[in-house]
Every structure is written in structure tokens, then in C-alpha cells.
Design a protein around this ligand. Structure first.
Ligand code: CMP
Ligand code: MG
Ligand code: ZN
Length: 443
């Protein structure tokens, strides 16, 4: 549903400005501020519909049972999986429940097919393969085609590894926080598939590039969420092919619900929706009895997993950052060729890497993880205890999550701060050289 009212739109944009100015200390260089403003706020776009679905209330016992459930399913994998898992792949997949799972090791052990093995294993572990009567060969075909789509443009960052990383992180959120117990099988299925396809056939260029250079996709999607619309549309097109249709045994109602959920989740990975998404959730959580919409909750989880690498171990985060920046620089090279202005962070000869990453952590990733944790604590808190059995201390949270990302975020920021010092010295030296050059030439 569209809310085309100008005043509502203005109010929303003003909200986003507020968000950015609230978190904007003077220390942030103007380049980083410009990047944050242009990437994480939006100028246009429909208002998302409100769902009146009430969340179901679940207890901590479910979280405990979750461990047993996943373990039971996992044992079944070894006995009944139809696809063969080489021993070196099985070895890596043993650590699948870790926050800092080494997706690069999985890539090596699967000889470049991490999507295929990880997704097959997950769909089996959660019992989805069985529940929705998937034909194993069809699932294999589908996963192969998804993997191929991610390799189409040979992107340094937006490739099959990133899709695997985000899917594994979503799995962590589902299984380690107990979120899976709040969800139906169909919702778990939709969440895993949304994570898997969320950047399908990514072109290695940003939405801004598509719009500015007027690509086919920008024309097709009228400059709105160009990439996200493509990821979804191309994936559902693939799912219509008989030998890839893993949804063939879903009922009409199940299919509709699945499709709506996947569309909502993937559209919400558009970064220009970031501040609004966070603000909406924060506001909701301030209510006395917040009722969190499933689609909104899952969209926030997927968005957080999508930007979670700065919250993983330094070695992983640094590798992801280097890959992403190389992708941005390649876009910058294209922009130069086309005579377009450089998009933020895309000029390989003029960038402050460490500063931009500190900005990304402070203003984007850290607040996202905080809101997401708060939301999960609300959703997953046990039911109010009966009168007389209230918590001893009102300040004690009803339910507290384990948050491995907190430590990594702090550590990674420390690393970048050290690098920022070197970067500043380097920048100064370069500027001094630039000042010297014209004098030399003139002589
Ligand atoms: P995408 O994966 O489509 O959605 C999340 C976006 O966050 C990602 O594309 C990048 O545009 C952006 N992003 C992820 N990591 C970083 C980072 N380290 N620095 C800047 N932007 C990032
Ligand atoms: Mg994306
Ligand atoms: Zn992504």
C-alpha cells in the first residue's frame, strides 16, 4: 500500500535527518557523513504496510528445546541426506552454529560451492526439506542455479560467499537466540530463502549507480530499490522452472504467505530504508506492551545479518571490508569512464578506509545490533510470571541474550582506530606532495 502524502514523506525525511544528526559528532569527516547520508536514508519510496498480526508468546523452555530439536535433526542429516557431503565439508559444517563461522573455509572445502552445501544442510536441519516435501534433486538444481547467479558478475564482495555468510548468520540468530521457536516452519523456510537470495545476481554496483547510469534494471524498477527488486524477481522466476521449483508442494496459501514474507524481507535490505526501519522498531519497543509484527521482526534480523561482518572476528571483517572496497573501487572506475561523479567510497585514489569503517560501525552496525537485540529480548521473553512469583528485582531483564557481536564490534573499532592514525599521516603526506607538485612544474 502506498502512502503518497507529501507531508508524511517530509516528516519521514526529517526523521531520518534527525537520526543522522543525533549520531553525528564533529569527529566524523565530511566524506564519511556524506556517504552515510546518501546511502542510509532515502529520498523516495513507498511506506510499508502495517500488519496487525500479533506475535505468539513463547517461553524460555522453547529455547532449551531448540537445542535438542536442532541436534536431533542434525543427527538425521548424517543418516538420511541424499546429497553426499565430503568429509572435509562435514568437518567445517560442525562449526555451523558459531557466530564467527569461517565461511571462507567452507568455500575452500566445497570447492567454490558453499551455497549448495550450507543451504542443503540447513534446510535439512530445520526439517524444511521433509516438511515441504522437497524433491532432493530439485533442491540441488535450485541451489546450483542460485550459486551460478551469484557468480555471474564475478564480484569481489557480492558473490556466493556473501550469500552464504548472511544465511549462516541468520541461522545463528534463529537457532542460538531461540527465535526459531517464535516462528512456524513456513516462516523459518521463508527467512532462510530470503537470506539466500537477498543479493541474487548482484551486479557489483550500487542502486545509485544503476539510477545515475540509467541501466535496464533502473528503467524496469523506476529507480526504486532497483537491485532488491531484481534479486527477488529473478529468484522467483527461477523458482517457476520445473526442475528448480522447491515450492511445488506448498499449498496456494502457503505459497502466498511465503512469497509475501520473502518480498518484504529482501526489500527491507535496501540500505536507504535503514534509519526509518530502526526508528520504527525503536518506537515500537518503547510501548508498554509492544506487539512485534513477524515480517518486521524478520526483516530487521535479515538487515542486521546483512551488515554483520563488522561484528565478526577481525580476520573475517577485514577480509570482507577489503573485498567490498575493491568492488566499490571498480564501480568508481566505471563512473570515471562514464564521466559520472564518484559515489561515496568509490574513488580508489581518495578514500579514508579506517574512518569510514569507524563511521559504519558507530552509526550503522552498532545501533542496528542494539535495536535487534532489544527486539529479540522483547519477543523471546518468557510470559509474565504469575502474581507472587515476579522477578526479585524489577530491573532484571526478563530474558537476556548472549551477544557475541558486542565484543567483536569493540575490538574491530579499536583496530580501525589504530589504522586511522596511520591513514591520517598518509593523507597529510599526500597533501603535502600535491602542494609541492605545481611549484615544481612551474619551474
Ligand atoms: P548489501 O550486501 O546489498 O546490503 C548491505 C550493504 O551494506 C552492502 O550491500 C554494502 O553496501 C553495505 N556495507 C556492508 N559492509 C560495509 C562496510 N564495511 N562499509 C561500508 N558499507 C558496507
Ligand atoms: Mg543487497
Ligand atoms: Zn547483502
Amino acid at each position: 500500500m502506498h502512502n503518497g502524502q507529501g507531508s508524511a514523506k517530509k516528516r519521514r525525511l526529517a526523521d531520518e535527518d534527525d537520526e543522522l544528526s543525533e549520531v553525528q559528532p564533529d569527529a566524523v569527516p565530511p566524506e564519511v557523513r556524506e556517504w552515510l547520508a546518501s546511502t542510509f536514508t532515502r529520498q523516495l519510496g513507498p511506506t510499508r504496510r502495517k500488519s496487525d498480526e500479533k506475535p505468539k508468546f513463547k517461553s524460555v523452555a522453547h529455547a532449551i528445546r531448540a537445542g535438542i530439536f536442532v541436534d536431533r535433526i542434525y543427527r538425521r542429516v548424517n543418516h538420511t541426506a541424499l546429497m553426499q557431503f565430503p568429509p572435509e565439508v562435514v568437518k567445517v559444517l560442525k562449526t555451523l552454529d558459531d557466530w564467527s563461522f569461517d565461511v571462507f573455509a567452507l568455500h575452500e572445502s566445497t570447492q567454490g560451492q558453499p551455497i549448495k552445501f550450507l543451504s542443503y544442510d540447513l534446510l535439512n536441519r530445520y526439517g524444511i526439506l521433509h516438511k515441504f516435501k522437497m524433491v532432493p534433486a530439485t533442491l540441488e538444481n535450485f541451489l546450483l542455479r542460485i550459486e551460478e547467479g551469484y557468480c555471474k558478475y564475478k564480484n569481489p564482495y557480492h558473490n556466493n560467499l556473501h550469500a552464504t555468510d548472511v544465511t549462516q548468520t541468520v541461522h545463528y540468530m534463529l537457532c542460538k537466540t531461540g527465535l526459531m521457536n517464535w516462528l512456524t516452519d513456513l516462516e523459518i523456510f521463508a527467512t532462510l530463502i530470503a537470506a539466500l537470495i537477498h543479493d541474487f545476481e548482484h551486479t557489483g554496483t550500487t542502486n545509485n549507480f544503476h539510477v545515475m547510469s540509467g541501466t535496464e534494471a533502473a528503467l524496469l524498477y523506476n529507480d526504486r530499490a532497483v537491485l532488491e527488486n531484481h534479486h527477488i524477481s529473478a529468484s522467483f522466476r527461477l523458482l517457476k522452472e520445473d526442475d528448480c521449483n522447491i515450492l511445488q508442494n506448498l499449498s496456494r496459501e502457503e505459497y502466498r504467505e511465503f512469497r509475501t514474507l520473502v518480498i518484504d524481507m529482501v526489500l527491507a535490505t535496501d540500505m536507504s530504508f535503514h534509519f526509518q526501519q530502526l526508528k520504527n522498531m525503536r518506537n515500537l519497543l518503547t510501548l508498554a506492551e509492544p506487539s512485534v509484527d513477524k515480517s518486521k521482526a524478520l526483516s530487521l534480523v535479515l538487515h542486521c545479518c546483512d551488515i554483520s561482518h563488522p561484528a565478526k572476528k577481525w580476520e573475517l571483517h577485514y577480509r570482507w571490508t577489503t573485498s567490498l572496497l575493491e568492488e566499490f573501487f571498480r564501480q568508481g572506475d566505471k563512473e570515471r569512464e562514464l564521466g559520472l561523479p564518484f559515489s561515496p567510497l568509490c574513488d580508489r585514489n581518495n578514500i579514508m578506509i579506517a574512518e569510514s569503517q569507524i563511521g559504519f560501525i558507530d552509526f550503522i552496525v552498532d545501533p542496528s545490533m542494539t535495536v535487534c537485540s532489544d527486539m529479540l529480548e522483547v519477543i523471546l521473553a518468557p510470559e509474565k510470571p504469575p502474581v507472587g512469583k515476579e522477578r526479585e528485582n524489577e530491573n532484571t531483564p526478563a530474558f537476556s541474550l548472549v551477544k557475541p557481536w558486542v565484543v567483536s564490534l569493540a575490538e574491530n573499532k579499536k583496530h580501525w582506530k589504530e589504522k586511522a592514525v596511520t591513514e591520517a599521516v598518509q593523507k597529510k603526506q599526500n597533501e603535502d606532495v600535491k602542494v609541492d607538485v605545481p611549484t615544481t612544474k612551474a619551474e
